[in-house]
Ligand binder design. Structure first.
Ligand SMILES: Cc1cc2nc3c(=O)[nH]c(=O)nc-3n(C[C@H](O)[C@H](O)[C@H](O)COP(=O)(O)OP(=O)(O)OC[C@H]3O[C@@H](n4cnc5c(N)ncnc54)[C@H](O)[C@@H]3O)c2cc1C
Length: 273
């Protein structure tokens, strides 16, 4: 049988999650409730967090903190987060966006996880609370690498720096059905320029591996270069480094490998499609 338990504080939820292997946190529930409705989740306790900190957005300054329970709809309603709107708007339709949370997206299996791709290109940190102690910030890339093993901890928030120039941040989701299709793949890039050259490029892909990944080969190819045809060609050649895409109902592994360099080239050239 399934119980539902409401937790007034993040500590209470973290404590229960750490101590009870059958406890499952509900963020927006878009994936958890599908498991319940389709009979895959039938035992244990569903935890619902009412602590206001879980849904808090702090976005006034250079440092941004998003409570893990913040939804895509809340991000889209916040003008200070305009640079994240393309990524939040890419998640499902309006009903899904009003429930889908930032925290839940970190756990969504491929080919989901589009918002996490944006956070990865922005070098975000994930604040994780295990037990009743205080939260610990972990680089998102590390968190994703350990995701399948770290099952029972609570993500309380995500922290990131605002890009100095929002125009340096790019996000693109490639899907076959528009506007609500699931990703063939997604790409996010933060490409700050110093003296016309890329400095500290950060690129990430979704649906090109079991979790969102950094595109290290592309980052290396672009570092210190101006974004001209030569650099874009070098980036396309390095595009598939580290990729392990799956074949699923949306696209084959072959197709994902074929189209990634094309879309990466378009993104880097500033083409809108
Ligand atoms: C019709 C439909 C369309 C979708 N389209 C997209 C899409 O285009 N792009 C995309 O990326 N995703 C998509 N999704 C997947 C999903 O809606 C999103 O990834 C969403 O962000 C998941 O968040 P949630 O809060 O609903 O997760 P939930 O269903 O609440 O949780 C998902 C998992 O994460 C765990 N979890 C959630 N929050 C926390 C936390 N704070 N700490 C620890 N564990 C936590 C839960 O226990 C569960 O295991 C779609 C889903 C549906 C049903």
């Amino acid at each position: 049988m399934l119980d539902v338990r409401s937790c007034a504080t993040l500590s209470e939820a973290a404590g229960i999650l750490s101590g009870d292997r059958q406890a499952v946190l509900i963020g927006g529930g878009t994936l958890v409730m599908r498991d319940v409705n389709e009979g895959r989740l039938t035992e244990g306790t569903l935890l619902h967090v009412t602590d206001p900190a879980f849904r808090r957005i702090e976005a006034g300054g250079g440092r941004i903190e998003l409570g893990a329970g913040v939804t895509m709809g809340m991000i889209l309603a916040n003008r200070e987060l305009a640079f994240l709107h393309p990524a939040a708007r890419a998640i499902g339709g309006p009903a899904v966006r009003n429930m889908a949370s930032v925290g839940g997206n970190l756990f969504a299996p491929a080919p989901y996880g589009d918002f996490t791709v944006a956070l990865l290109a922005l070098d975000a940190q994930v604040v994780v609370q295990a037990g009743f102690g205080s939260g610990r910030a972990t680089p998102l890339e590390e968190f994703l690498a350990a995701r399948e093993r770290s099952g029972s901890a609570l993500v309380t928030s995500v922290q990131l720096s605002r890009p100095a120039n929002p125009g340096d941040f790019h996000f693109r989701k490639i899907s076959r059905v528009k506007p609500k299709g699931i990703s063939v793949l997604s790409i996010a890039a933060h490409l700050p320029l110093t003296g016309g050259r890329v400095a500290q490029a950060r690129l990430a892909y979704g649906a090109m591996a079991p979790t969102p990944i950094r595109a290290r080969g592309v980052e290396r190819a672009l570092e210190g270069k101006s974004l001209d045809a030569g650099a874009i060609q070098a980036a396309k050649q390095a595009a598939l480094e580290g990729c392990r895409p799956a074949t699923d109902a949306i696209a084959s592994e072959w197709y994902r490998r074929e189209v990634l360099p094309v879309h990466l080239g378009r993104l880097l050239a500033g083409n809108s499609r």
